[in-house]
Design a binder for this molecule. Structure first.
Ligand code: UDX
Length: 456
């Protein structure tokens, strides 16, 4: 089939590359010439493990990029994969979605039935809005000459290729039968996993083994849109819950890692998303919980649980800072090394990261901050260049005469640091490991005052 993806950001690049790999002739459209050049040169415009290889593999055969929306004219399916940042009131800014819809409408082919797919995370009702904009721009009739549907993405940064090729579910939101037939055809290779060997060359095979086949689920557009928000908010609630249990566990002297394990063994609960942290963050959970809460309030049906999870998450940042304060007494003039600026490992994404509220609070109390991240320092500097903090090229440099070392993101490399050098460089060898990730027993044996979260 012929496919166009509007937007070459995180979701657009991954979706387009995967559709191309599945055998569809795919064009990525973006207004940013640099990103377009990047893809055409066989490189990924965003950092995501495996994506460079995938794009390199497909470019020149079934994948290309362009700044012109011309290919919409020939397309069977057009994906909208543009950003939906948060406005000040928590609701989603639909500027880019509307612009994409207009541009698609202007290039739509009057002779064929085109399916337009909303993959961006958008408020409930946006599918209808996009259809109206396209009707206006094209003069065509929605549902008869084209159809717009919702097909939310469930890609985790850092595992996006695994998630796109081996998804748990593919959700298609439309009641239009012609559009449903087109989408079944488009996703056939994904449901039947027809690309196993090709993908295995790019992804480590372990990730693909034992994966259940995707459940292909059809519903109406509004339900599909809400599935996305309700899922992400549920996961955020789950993390907030275990983080609260961790706080209680710490007070009681029990061990939250064992509690999470014991809970997760109940298949109704499940073991995933019970990993303690300094709070959930990133480009999705804060935005999606905010939007869902705002929508629920607008309709007079406030989701009190989501509201509580957001508040609880804020308290988690303060809880971590409180632990450092408790240990160091005054933070004024104290040096604190921070390991990890991205919201999770294996991404360069430092948007809405937990590092921000935590660093802000530490600075307010007069601490001097030295930071390191293997991939996220460039974005962090671009977004928060105004912060009076020191960026270190080596993780070990963050602890020069430091009073504390705080691990915020559990990058694998942080387990293998030169701990002897770190111990010798620190003024007081206190470590706060907000992910319970570092080798606690070894570190304590070396003389570190090591603290995790949720246990003694
Ligand atoms: C999320 C959803 O998982 C994905 O399905 C959706 O489509 C996009 O949003 P992502 O934002 O990439 O993906 O990150 P995710 O792995 O879900 O983590 C979100 C935040 O929760 C991170 O800050 C992470 O560190 C934190 N987290 C996750 C925990 O603190 N504990 C956990 O057990 C899991």
């Amino acid at each position: 089939m012929k496919v166009v993806c509007v937007g070459s950001g995180y979701v657009g690049s991954v979706t387009a590359a995967a559709l191309a790999m599945a055998g569809h002739a795919t064009t990525v459209i973006d207004v940013d010439q640099h990103k377009v050049d990047c893809i055409n040169a066989g490189r990924s415009p965003v950092f995501e493990p495996g994506l460079d290889s995938l794009i390199q593999h497909q470019v020149g055969t079934s994948l290309k990029a362009s700044v012109s929306a011309h290919d919409v004219h020939e397309a069977d399916v057009v994906f909208i994969c543009v950003g939906t940042p948060s406005l000040a009131d928590g609701t989603a800014d639909l500027r880019f979605v509307k612009a994409a819809a207009r541009s698609i409408g202007e290039h739509l082919n009057t002779e064929r039935f085109t399916v337009i797919v909303n993959k961006s995370t958008v408020p409930v009702g946006t599918t209808e809005l996009v259809a109206m904009i396209i009707e206006e721009a094209s003069g065509l009739k929605a549902e008869e000459q084209f159809a717009v549907l919702s097909n939310p993405e469930f890609l985790r940064e850092g595992f996006a290729l695994e998630d796109v090729f081996f998804p748990d579910r593919i959700v298609i939101g439309t009641l239009n039968l012609k559009a449903r037939t087109t989408m079944r055809e488009l996703y056939k290779p994904f449901v039947e996993q027809l690309y196993d060997e090709d993908v295995a060359r790019i992804l480590p095979l372990e990730a693909c083994k034992n994966r259940q086949k995707a459940v292909y689920f059809e519903t109406d557009a509004k339900s599909a849109e809400l599935i996305k928000y309700a899922s992400n908010a549920f996961l955020a609630v789950k993390i907030s819950y275990i983080n609260e249990v961790a706080r209680l566990s710490e007070a009681l002297g029990s061990n939250v890692a064992d509690i999470a394990r014991g809970m997760g063994l109940d298949s109704r609960i499940g073991e995933k998303f019970l990993q303690v942290s300094s709070g959930w963050s990133g480009s999705c959970f804060p935005k999606d919980t905010g939007e869902l809460l705002a929508t629920s309030q607008k309709y007079g049906k406030e989701l009190a649980i989501v509201k509580a999870a957001i508040e609880s998450n804020q308290q988690m940042y303060q809880f971590c800072v409180g632990k450092i304060q408790h240990k160091l007494k005054s933070l004024n003039g104290k040096t604190i090394g921070i390991l990890g600026l991205t919201f999770k490992p294996d991404t360069d994404d430092a948007r809405q990261t937990q590092a921000i509220p935590i660093i802000h609070k530490l600075l307010q109390f007069g601490a001097k901050i030295r930071v390191h991240d293997p991939k996220g320092m460039t974005m962090f500097r671009t977004l928060h260049g105004e912060l009076p903090i020191t960026f270190c090229d080596q993780a070990e440099e963050t602890v020069d005469r430091a009073n504390a070392l705080v691990l915020l993101t559990h990058w694998k490399d942080y387990r293998q640091l030169d701990w002897k050098r770190i111990y010798d460089a620190m003024k007081t060898p206190y470590i706060l490991d907000t992910r319970n990730f570092l080798p606690a027993i070894e570190l304590r044996e070396m003389g570190f005052d090591y603290e995790g979260i949720g246990s003694l």
